[in-house]
Design a protein around this ligand. Sequence first.
Ligand SMILES: *Cc1c(COP(=O)(O)O)cnc(C)c1O
Length: 368
Amino acid sequence: MNKPIHMVDVVGQYARIRDEVDEAVRKVMDSGRFILGPEVGELECRIAGYLDVKYAVGCASGTDALQVAMMALGIGPGDEVVTTPFSFVATTETIALLGARPVYLDIQPGSFNIDPLTLETAITPKTKAIIPVHLYGQAADMDEIMAVADKHHIPVIEDSAQALGASYKGKKVCTIGAIGCISFFPSKNLGCFGDGGMLTTNDEELWKKLKVIVSHGSQTRYYHEVLGVNSRLDTIQAAVLKVKLQYLDEWNEARRKFAARYDELLTHPRFTLPARIPDRDHIFHQYTLRVPDRDRLAAHLAEQKIPHGVYYPVPLHLQQAFADAGFGRGSFPVAEQAAAEVISLPMHTELTDEQQKVITTTIRKFYA
Ligand SMILES: *Cc1c(COP(=O)(O)O)cnc(C)c1O
C-alpha cells in the first residue's frame, strides 16, 4: 500500500506528536486564557533562546510581523524600502499598505536571494529599510547586505518566514538585522494550527515598540500611546508551537536528508539543482529546481497526481496589484527567468524513500 504523496503533510506530522500537542492545547482550553496566556511569553523566551537573540514578540502572522516591524521603524508614505521581487506577496504588500514604495533588487540565479552587488545603487535618501528574504530556507548574503546598510544607517528587516533554524556563518537568521520576522503558517518549517508569527530583535527600544504596536499601541489597557494593531499570537497556537519547537532541528535535518536524496535521484544535465551557498546551511523549506519547459512538466505532474508547486510564477514587480510601482517586464531579468523555470517538489518530514523515487522517476521520464 503506497501512502498518498503530499506537498506538505501537517496531518502526518501531528500524528507523531498528538498526545503532547493535545495535552498542551487542552491545558489552554481549561485555563480559559486564550489571549496572551502564559504560553505566549514562554514561547517568546524559548524562541529567543533557540535563536540566541535578546527579545521575541509573538504576533498573528508572518505578514503582520513584517508590517509591525516597519511600523516600529516609523515607515510610511514617501519612504522607500528595498527588497526582492522574488518572494511571497507579503513582503511587498506590507510595504505598500504602509504607503511606502517597494524598490526591488534583482536576485542571484543560484540562491534566488537578492544580489547585494547592486544594493548600493538602490539606496536613496528616502530608503528607510532593507528587507532581504531568506528564500526557500537559505540565508541571503547578510555580511554584504549589513555592510551597505550600516554604512547608510538603514535598518535591515530579515524576512525569515521560510528560514527558521537556518544559520549564516554560525548565527541563526533573524538575529543579524535590526528585526527578524518569523511565520508559523502551517506549512512553514515550524508551523502552528492556523496563523501565527513572531518578531525578534536585540534592541531593547525596538522590542518595547514592537510589544506595544502588536497590542493596539497600548501598555496599560485603554491607554493608547501609539498607533497599533490587533496582532497577538493566540495562546493555543503558542502551546502547539512550544511542543513543536523541540523537534525543529530534527525536522530541519530530515528535510536536508530528503534534499540530498532528491539531488542524487535528479542528477541530470538539464536540471539545475538547488545551490548550497558556502558558510550557511539550507533548511529546505522548499526543494526548488530549475527545469526547461517548466509549465509542461507541471501539467504532466498534475496529470500523474504528483504534488508540486511553483513559488513564484509571477515576480512581485509584475503583479497587477503593484503595477503602479511602474516596473515593466525586463526590469529584473534574473527574477523573471526564475519565475519561468522554478518548480518545487514535495518536501516535509513525512516523505518516504519510495515516494521520492516515484516523484523523481516521473520527472526523469518526462525528459527522456
Ligand atoms: C509565508 C511567508 C510570509 C507570510 O507569512 P504568513 O504567516 O503567511 O503571513 C512572508 N514572507 C515570506 C517569504 C513567506 O514565505
